[in-house]
Design a protein around this ligand. Structure first.
Ligand code: GLN
Length: 197
């Protein structure tokens, strides 16, 4: 499996490790490539949009011509895991003109909405599809405040969605790469598609 991590800004190596661990658990090997230019996304089976600063990520992926390739990837039904700022960039609306959102997951987000005191926090999360809670690390996390009809909410904190799924896109407002637990990467890239009964 070839996994591309959008590396224009933000945490890349932790995600690369998590993808490799998730792949190994399925007796697969993941070749992880860092993406800073156009032309590489089309070769990738799965994509990861890391956190960072959504204004910067948005500007760079548009400037480098990576944005339309991400759109094609999702339209082809190939998996994407978008975390934190990555989720903001993939959303429908970030209520901030500096973020040119891709509209690939139908949620409206509020950047930095958790406020200063709750800027960073950790919480055990019950996640649909996981047997045990996932220890989630939130860092200046976006708040998801509107969710479209085609979006499934897989986890919440205080009744607010923090893990959402639409088609091949899984988006988290927390940072699943910051623990040794690669179950969110596993959900994004290796979960068996649900078979209708
Ligand atoms: N607050 C950042 C933004 O708005 C996201 C923070 C993060 O990715 N940890 O882009």
């Amino acid at each position: 499996m070839k996994a591309g991590v959008i590396a224009v800004q933000g945490d890349v190596s932790e995600h690369a490790d998590a993808i490799r661990r998730a792949a190994a658990a399925h007796d697969e090997e993941a070749e992880v490539v860092e993406i800073r230019d156009s032309g590489i996304v089309p070769e990738c089976d799965v994509l990861l949009m890391p956190g960072g600063e959504s204004t910067t990520i948005s500007r760079l992926i548009h400037r480098e011509g990576i944005a339309p390739e991400i759109r094609d990837h999702v339209e082809a039904g190939k998996p994407v895991l978008a975390t934190c700022a990555g989720l903001i960039v993939l959303s429908t609306d970030a209520k901030d003109d500096r973020v040119d959102t891709l509209g690939l997951i139908d949620v409206t987000v509020d950047r930095n909405a958790f406020g200063r005191q709750k800027e960073s926090f950790e919480a055990p999360l019950d996640v649909e599809g996981l047997d045990e809670p996932f220890h989630a690390v939130f860092i200046r996390a976006p708040l998801i405040d509107e969710v479209g009809d085609d979006v499934d909410v897989l986890a919440t904190v205080e009744d607010r969605p923090v893990l959402v799924e639409q088609g091949p896109v899984l988006g988290s407002s927390f940072h699943p790469e910051l623990t040794d637990d690669s179950r969110i990467h596993d959900l994004a890239f290796f979960a068996e598609p649900e078979v209708e009964a």
